[in-house]
Design a protein around this ligand. Structure first.
Ligand code: ZN
Length: 204
Protein backbone atom coordinates (compact mmCIF):
# COMPACT_ATOMS: atom_id res chain seq x y z
CA UNK A 1 0.00 0.00 0.00
CA UNK A 2 1.14 3.53 -0.71
CA UNK A 3 2.93 4.82 2.38
CA UNK A 4 1.35 8.22 1.88
CA UNK A 5 -2.17 6.82 1.78
CA UNK A 6 -4.36 8.77 4.21
CA UNK A 7 -8.07 8.35 4.63
CA UNK A 8 -8.33 10.61 7.67
CA UNK A 9 -8.94 14.35 7.19
CA UNK A 10 -5.81 16.53 7.25
CA UNK A 11 -7.06 18.38 10.35
CA UNK A 12 -7.36 15.13 12.27
CA UNK A 13 -3.93 13.94 11.17
CA UNK A 14 -2.52 17.26 12.25
CA UNK A 15 -4.11 16.91 15.70
CA UNK A 16 -2.78 13.35 16.09
CA UNK A 17 0.70 14.49 15.07
CA UNK A 18 0.60 17.29 17.65
CA UNK A 19 -0.51 14.94 20.44
CA UNK A 20 2.15 12.42 19.43
CA UNK A 21 4.85 14.93 20.31
CA UNK A 22 3.87 14.89 23.99
CA UNK A 23 6.08 12.86 26.37
CA UNK A 24 4.95 9.25 26.73
CA UNK A 25 2.34 9.48 23.95
CA UNK A 26 2.78 7.21 20.94
CA UNK A 27 0.76 7.35 17.73
CA UNK A 28 -1.88 4.88 19.00
CA UNK A 29 -2.53 6.85 22.19
CA UNK A 30 -2.52 10.10 20.22
CA UNK A 31 -5.17 8.74 17.87
CA UNK A 32 -7.25 7.41 20.79
CA UNK A 33 -7.12 10.79 22.60
CA UNK A 34 -8.03 12.68 19.43
CA UNK A 35 -10.99 10.37 18.66
CA UNK A 36 -12.17 10.52 22.27
CA UNK A 37 -12.08 14.31 22.52
CA UNK A 38 -13.79 14.85 19.19
CA UNK A 39 -16.39 12.13 19.52
CA UNK A 40 -17.26 12.07 23.21
CA UNK A 41 -16.08 15.21 24.95
CA UNK A 42 -16.17 18.30 22.77
CA UNK A 43 -16.55 20.50 25.85
CA UNK A 44 -13.23 19.30 27.32
CA UNK A 45 -11.63 19.58 23.91
CA UNK A 46 -12.60 23.27 23.66
CA UNK A 47 -11.50 23.90 27.23
CA UNK A 48 -8.15 22.22 26.65
CA UNK A 49 -7.62 24.20 23.50
CA UNK A 50 -8.42 27.53 25.15
CA UNK A 51 -6.37 26.87 28.35
CA UNK A 52 -3.42 25.79 26.25
CA UNK A 53 -3.65 28.89 24.06
CA UNK A 54 -3.90 31.16 27.14
CA UNK A 55 -0.99 29.43 28.89
CA UNK A 56 1.23 29.65 25.82
CA UNK A 57 0.31 33.30 25.36
CA UNK A 58 0.64 34.48 28.96
CA UNK A 59 3.04 32.28 30.91
CA UNK A 60 6.73 33.07 30.91
CA UNK A 61 9.81 32.18 32.93
CA UNK A 62 10.11 33.84 36.35
CA UNK A 63 13.06 36.24 36.56
CA UNK A 64 13.96 34.79 39.96
CA UNK A 65 13.52 31.03 39.73
CA UNK A 66 13.01 30.31 36.01
CA UNK A 67 9.68 28.60 36.80
CA UNK A 68 6.41 29.49 35.09
CA UNK A 69 4.63 32.70 35.98
CA UNK A 70 2.27 35.25 34.47
CA UNK A 71 4.14 38.08 36.19
CA UNK A 72 7.83 39.06 36.29
CA UNK A 73 8.24 37.18 39.56
CA UNK A 74 6.27 34.09 40.58
CA UNK A 75 4.23 33.68 43.75
CA UNK A 76 7.11 32.10 45.70
CA UNK A 77 9.84 34.54 44.57
CA UNK A 78 7.69 37.53 45.46
CA UNK A 79 6.75 36.19 48.91
CA UNK A 80 8.69 38.18 51.55
CA UNK A 81 8.17 35.44 54.11
CA UNK A 82 10.39 33.01 52.19
CA UNK A 83 13.99 32.68 53.37
CA UNK A 84 16.04 34.28 50.58
CA UNK A 85 19.32 32.98 52.05
CA UNK A 86 18.41 29.45 50.90
CA UNK A 87 18.36 28.53 47.22
CA UNK A 88 17.16 25.06 46.24
CA UNK A 89 17.98 23.84 42.73
CA UNK A 90 15.49 21.44 41.14
CA UNK A 91 15.15 19.99 37.65
CA UNK A 92 11.51 20.77 36.96
CA UNK A 93 8.38 22.51 38.25
CA UNK A 94 7.08 19.03 39.16
CA UNK A 95 10.04 18.54 41.52
CA UNK A 96 9.48 21.99 43.01
CA UNK A 97 5.89 20.97 43.60
CA UNK A 98 7.02 17.82 45.47
CA UNK A 99 9.27 19.90 47.74
CA UNK A 100 6.52 22.44 48.39
CA UNK A 101 4.08 19.66 49.30
CA UNK A 102 6.57 18.36 51.88
CA UNK A 103 6.15 21.68 53.79
CA UNK A 104 9.77 21.21 54.84
CA UNK A 105 11.28 24.05 52.86
CA UNK A 106 10.79 27.79 53.19
CA UNK A 107 13.60 29.10 50.99
CA UNK A 108 13.64 30.06 47.31
CA UNK A 109 14.17 27.93 44.22
CA UNK A 110 15.92 27.81 40.90
CA UNK A 111 14.35 25.49 38.33
CA UNK A 112 16.79 24.19 35.72
CA UNK A 113 14.03 23.02 33.33
CA UNK A 114 16.07 19.99 32.34
CA UNK A 115 19.13 18.01 33.34
CA UNK A 116 22.61 17.42 32.06
CA UNK A 117 22.55 14.64 29.47
CA UNK A 118 25.87 14.38 27.65
CA UNK A 119 24.57 11.67 25.30
CA UNK A 120 21.88 14.04 24.07
CA UNK A 121 24.25 16.98 23.82
CA UNK A 122 22.72 18.77 26.82
CA UNK A 123 25.37 20.32 29.04
CA UNK A 124 25.68 23.25 31.46
CA UNK A 125 25.69 25.74 28.60
CA UNK A 126 22.45 24.46 27.06
CA UNK A 127 20.84 24.66 30.52
CA UNK A 128 22.16 28.19 31.18
CA UNK A 129 24.11 27.27 34.31
CA UNK A 130 25.54 30.79 34.28
CA UNK A 131 22.11 32.01 35.42
CA UNK A 132 22.26 29.63 38.38
CA UNK A 133 25.70 30.94 39.28
CA UNK A 134 24.52 34.56 39.02
CA UNK A 135 21.60 33.70 41.25
CA UNK A 136 23.76 31.85 43.81
CA UNK A 137 26.32 34.65 43.98
CA UNK A 138 23.86 37.52 44.38
CA UNK A 139 25.30 38.30 47.82
CA UNK A 140 22.13 37.23 49.63
CA UNK A 141 22.14 33.45 49.12
CA UNK A 142 24.14 31.67 51.84
CA UNK A 143 23.42 28.06 50.98
CA UNK A 144 22.57 26.24 47.77
CA UNK A 145 20.64 22.99 48.20
CA UNK A 146 20.97 20.66 45.22
CA UNK A 147 17.74 18.70 44.85
CA UNK A 148 18.19 17.11 41.44
CA UNK A 149 16.91 13.54 41.03
CA UNK A 150 18.86 10.55 42.28
CA UNK A 151 18.96 9.10 38.76
CA UNK A 152 22.16 8.87 36.68
CA UNK A 153 21.40 12.13 34.86
CA UNK A 154 20.28 13.85 38.06
CA UNK A 155 23.56 12.87 39.76
CA UNK A 156 25.58 14.07 36.75
CA UNK A 157 23.73 17.38 36.91
CA UNK A 158 24.52 17.60 40.64
CA UNK A 159 28.22 16.94 39.95
CA UNK A 160 28.39 19.76 37.40
CA UNK A 161 26.65 22.10 39.85
CA UNK A 162 28.97 21.13 42.70
CA UNK A 163 32.10 21.76 40.65
CA UNK A 164 30.76 25.11 39.41
CA UNK A 165 29.71 26.29 42.88
CA UNK A 166 32.86 25.04 44.63
CA UNK A 167 34.95 27.44 42.54
CA UNK A 168 33.04 30.27 44.17
CA UNK A 169 33.13 28.99 47.76
CA UNK A 170 29.37 28.77 48.05
CA UNK A 171 28.09 26.48 50.79
CA UNK A 172 26.40 23.67 48.88
CA UNK A 173 24.34 20.78 50.24
CA UNK A 174 22.58 17.79 48.69
CA UNK A 175 19.35 16.10 49.76
CA UNK A 176 20.14 13.11 51.94
CA UNK A 177 18.71 10.19 53.84
CA UNK A 178 15.76 8.20 52.68
CA UNK A 179 15.79 9.16 49.03
CA UNK A 180 16.51 5.88 47.22
CA UNK A 181 19.10 5.78 44.44
CA UNK A 182 17.52 5.96 41.00
CA UNK A 183 14.56 7.99 42.24
CA UNK A 184 12.73 10.81 40.54
CA UNK A 185 11.70 13.34 43.18
CA UNK A 186 8.12 13.46 41.96
CA UNK A 187 7.54 9.83 42.98
CA UNK A 188 8.87 10.21 46.52
CA UNK A 189 6.40 10.85 49.33
CA UNK A 190 6.32 14.22 51.05
CA UNK A 191 7.50 12.89 54.43
CA UNK A 192 10.64 11.34 52.92
CA UNK A 193 11.43 14.56 51.09
CA UNK A 194 11.00 16.58 54.29
CA UNK A 195 13.49 14.26 56.04
CA UNK A 196 15.91 14.43 53.14
CA UNK A 197 15.85 18.23 53.46
CA UNK A 198 16.48 18.18 57.20
CA UNK A 199 19.35 15.70 56.79
CA UNK A 200 20.94 17.35 53.79
CA UNK A 201 24.72 17.01 53.74
CA UNK A 202 27.37 19.49 52.77
CA UNK A 203 29.13 18.74 49.48
CA UNK A 204 31.22 21.91 49.09
ZN1 ZN B 1 10.06 32.52 40.80
Amino acid sequence: MDKNYHFEPELLIDLINSLKRLPGIGVRSARRIAYYLLQHDLKSASRLSSSLAKAVENLRNCKGCNGFTDHDLCYICSNNLRDNKLLCIVESPTDQNSLELSHGYKGLYYIIMGRVSPLNGIGPRELSFQRILDRATDGIVEEVIIATSFTAEGETTAQFLVSMLSEHNIKTTRLARGVPAGSELEYIDAGTIAWALVDRREVV
